[in-house]
Design a protein around this ligand. Structure first.
Ligand code: ZN
Length: 133
């Protein structure tokens, strides 16, 4: 029996196999061992054949999301303090409401990538804060 990749949608054949899969989410990655299913050799999409494999991959994706959230929260708190900004001032700089930053730093809300990227740049080049108002 042949199955074709619905993501590639160009006749790429899926392979029924059990293999280690690298899961990436929001800049974090990890390996989930022994994932069984129909694997696409081109795009990596998986059509699962059992709940255990799909559950383990999904749990890994969720864990990566949590890890990324904790990483972003720590980065924002670190950079904001280094820039000597209050949470309110930081929120005024990035939008998202007056308590957005305290929510980001507590991990209660996920900041836009642009917010994280801005504070990554400001953390490396704090003098650039003068360019913003
Ligand atoms: Zn594919």
């Amino acid at each position: 029996m042949s199955k074709f990749c619905l993501q590639c949608d160009d006749g790429t054949k899926l392979k029924l196999q059990t293999k280690d899969v690298t899961v990436e989410a929001r800049g974090e990655s990890c390996v989930v061992p022994k994932v069984t299913g129909w694997h696409c050799p081109v795009c990596g999409d998986i059509e699962y054949t059992d709940n255990d494999s799909s559950d383990r991959v999904w749990n890994a994706i969720e864990a990566m999301g949590e890890k990324a959230k904790a990483r972003d929260a720590a980065l924002l708190a670190h950079a904001r303090k280094r820039l000597k900004l209050t949470q309110k001032q930081a929120a005024e700089l990035t939008g998202g409401g007056h308590n957005a930053f305290s929510r980001y730093e507590r991990g209660e809300a996920v900041p836009m990538r642009a917010v994280v990227n801005l504070f990554k740049i400001l953390d490396k080049h704090p003098e650039l804060i003068k360019e913003l108002s």
